[in-house]
Design a binder for this molecule. Sequence first.
Ligand SMILES: Cc1cc2nc3c(=O)[nH]c(=O)nc-3n(C[C@H](O)[C@H](O)[C@H](O)COP(=O)(O)OP(=O)(O)OC[C@H]3O[C@@H](n4cnc5c(N)ncnc54)[C@H](O)[C@@H]3O)c2cc1C
Length: 441
Amino acid sequence: MSNTHRVVILGGGFGGLYAARALKRAPVEVTLIDRRNFHLFQPLLYQVATGSLSPGEIAAPLRSVLSRQKNTRVLLGEAVDIDPSAKRVLLKDSSAVEYDSLIVATGSQSAYFGHDAWREWGPSLKSVEEATTIRHKILFAFEMAERMQDPQERIAWLTFVIVGAGATGVELAGALAEIANHTLKNDFRSVRPQDARIFVLDRADRALSTYPEDLSHKAERSLLKLGARVRGGVTVTAVDQEGVTFQTHNGSERLSARTVIWAAGVTVSDFCRQVAKRAQAETDKAGRIKVNPDLTIPNYPDIFVIGDLAAATKPDGTPLPGVAQVAMQGGSYAAKTIIRRVEGEPQNKPFRYFDKGDLAVIGRARAVANIFGVHISGFLAWLVWLFIHLMYIVEFQSRVLVFIQWGFEYITFGRGARLITGTAASDSVAGTGKLTSTASV
Ligand SMILES: Cc1cc2nc3c(=O)[nH]c(=O)nc-3n(C[C@H](O)[C@H](O)[C@H](O)COP(=O)(O)OP(=O)(O)OC[C@H]3O[C@@H](n4cnc5c(N)ncnc54)[C@H](O)[C@@H]3O)c2cc1C
């Protein structure tokens, strides 16, 4: 058995992948384990959900991303348990992997705040599968509206509700409005896709509530121009096949909507809860592990927790947001700390997050951005968004493909991936039971 220091990384998302890359030239053996065989660029999932990009354009096989990294092997597997004293991780297929240093980066999942039954009618946007389900729902809704004779039913099929007015909700609403106003404009005969009603509901009183107020208002105004309305200060109390019920300051309201999308919250991965339990680590309300300033778990200096799973704070005590930059920087930091230890160098300084700002895109060629405290909006902010997203898409091949795709769509208003995949025909029967025959349309 070799004496080389064994680093195991769980999760090949932003945190895990950046940790692996930072260990490229280190005198260690790296094993990266993910339950998926690809790295997913989650910030562009909404473009898959709205037919702009195909899943393959925002995902890159982990094995190929790391193929040139000779000290690293990639394993397909799902971590389900850990024995922190024996320094061993247990995988779902009952095999065990031993480590000298462990980096836990298994990310977050959608949270329905105790109402998991809502997931059936209001899918969330976290995986490729969910993105294609949403794409199906959106395109299918227009198809159904075209076939409805009852005006109320037609309106319900043309009503789209997004729960959550954070960046994901705002980006989805903008893209949906573009589909209705431009992409599908000439494609239907019985309905006008431009008549679609798009609502974004949030408990906070404004969209993008973590952004500066002026940018929130700009984002809301841009959405309104596109035909999407943000309703703040509302709490959703039910999501079902027919629509959404929510509580406002004036009482309960109901919106009949056949398409509901959940973009309202996240919680940690199941594996993270298991790590917290086994290591008796303290967690915050969302289940994130309260880590030491060097991102390790108290009493376990060999276990790093990074990205969406770590309840780390800024020097002033405010929690770090669940964004890609925090995960990437945390991954690189954990890797450097391990290298210092292996090479016998003095301890690394505490982790400091370098906040470059926030960006949200609103439809075609509009965005709001807070870059190093400078607030920009409109086309300029969109150009910044474009540049940053192309820069960070992992695989060079995807970068070129995505750029070509966006360029083409920008000029034509088209959307290349407008496919309804899955079981559209059976959905139509289950959907309402009130279909008119296609012959009458
Ligand atoms: C729709 C959407 C839009 C977003 N937009 C933005 C944005 O515009 N800007 C931004 O900065 N951030 C954005 N984010 C947030 C950002 O994507 C996350 O903060 C970031 O991905 C967190 O990185 P991570 O490494 O902690 O987890 P992830 O990137 O989620 O990676 C976790 C990995 O762990 C794997 N995994 C999970 N459980 C297990 C297990 N038990 N065993 C093995 N593998 C496992 C998963 O397959 C996955 O590959 C967005 C997120 C979503 C969902």
